[in-house]
Write a protein that binds this ligand. Structure first.
Ligand SMILES: [Ca+2]
Ligand SMILES: [Ca+2]
Ligand SMILES: [Ca+2]
Ligand SMILES: [Ca+2]
Length: 329
């Protein structure tokens, strides 16, 4: 069976050695397990696992009766609809969803991390299907419940964004929970949450700048707030809105008060706090600057907030300066 993907059936002949015999027919379904790569993966909703009702899916209505339309030709009760018109045609999708139905997909996530989840859905009811869909990974709800807005037609598909979710590495079951009727689903997309490049980020703010470095250059400051564009990028700020500068604080413990700085930074980009007592020599090593607590990651999965403090108390070293350096991805 090495390398085999698809459905097959075979018969096993049994003999008891005393003239008794029988045959058993075995059906097998072998599917490739999607692996989430650095560019993500799209799982077709109709490509759910083999195993049948109660194992790979739960279908309450079997409205169309046993269906044979899946690409592997296997027979099952899930209501798969053929899209032959509208935004996503030609395609197959899961339709006739009822409250409490679910579908399972074996997926491999090679690395633990945050992933952006998108669902391709249609809702022809004319009303929002509230809290209709959620995702389980390793037996825990990781996304949703999400509402599916009306798309005005059962053939009009739209993408809904579940935001970034934390998923631990492994090969396990991703379960699509259909908490309510009122939507059809074409696919599920899982993409590692990735920082935009500086070029695409700045282009998003100034699409009409035509490459003018006075506006989109990394050292330009078009909003005049004293933060260059590259700093705005690394700190998760807006290059087109003048914002308040980073302000150091004083952090206290029994040893005294220490100069500290809290800031947000873009993950995947090197954003470092540095300290100096003469504005000439700057250091970021642990002998002069330490992190307080652990970083907190925001809902997008793209930014974390961190606090660093000086190792030397202000009593021991009254003259200190902190800054943040963005040194690129
Ligand atoms: Ca159904
Ligand atoms: Ca599909
Ligand atoms: Ca600026
Ligand atoms: Ca700004």
């Amino acid at each position: 069976m090495a390398g085999f993907v698809g459905d097959d059936a075979f018969e096993v002949a049994l003999a008891d050695g005393r003239g008794g015999s029988d045959t058993v027919r075995c059906a097998v379904v072998v599917r490739t397990v999607p692996v989430v790569s650095s560019s993500g993966v799209r799982i077709e909703a109709e490509e759910f696992d083999g195993g049948g009702e109660g194992v790979a899916y739960h279908d309450t209505d079997a409205r169309q009766g046993p269906s044979q339309v899946r690409t592997d030709g296997s027979s099952h009760d899930v209501d798969i609809v053929e899209l032959d018109r509208g935004t996503d045609a030609p395609a197959q999708a899961i339709g006739y969803i009822e409250d409490g139905e679910w579908l399972r997909y074996t997926v491999t996530f090679p690395t633990t991390g945050r992933y952006t989840v998108r669902l391709r859905v249609a809702n022809g009811t004319g009303a929002t299907a509230a809290d209709a869909v959620a995702l389980h990974w390793k037996d825990a709800v990781v996304a949703g419940p999400l509402s599916v807005p009306s798309t005005a037609d059962w053939d009009a598909y739209a993408t809904i964004d579940a935001g970034a979710v934390s998923l631990s590495a492994g090969t396990d079951l991703l379960q699509l929970d259909c908490n309510a009727s009122g939507f059809d689903i074409n696919w599920i997309e899982l993409v590692p949450a990735q920082a935009p490049s500086f070029a695409s980020w700045i282009e998003g703010y100034f699409p009409n700048a035509g490459g003018n470095v006075a506006i989109v250059g990394s050292s330009a400051d078009p909003d005049g707030d004293g933060l260059s564009n590259i700093l705005e990028y690394g700190l998760g700020r807006a290059p087109d809105i003048a914002e308040r500068a980073l302000v150091p604080t004083l952090w206290s413990d029994t040893g005294g008060k220490y100069l500290a700085l809290t800031f947000r930074r873009l993950l995947g980009v090197t954003v470092t706090a540095e300290i100096s007592d003469d504005l000439v020599t700057w250091s970021s090593d642990a002998g002069s600057l330490v992190q307080i607590g652990t970083a907190t990651t925001d809902a997008s999965g793209l930014y974390e907030t961190v606090t660093f403090r000086s190792v030397s108390s202000v009593a021991a070293k009254p003259r200190q300066f902190v800054r943040v350096r963005v040194s690129g991805p």
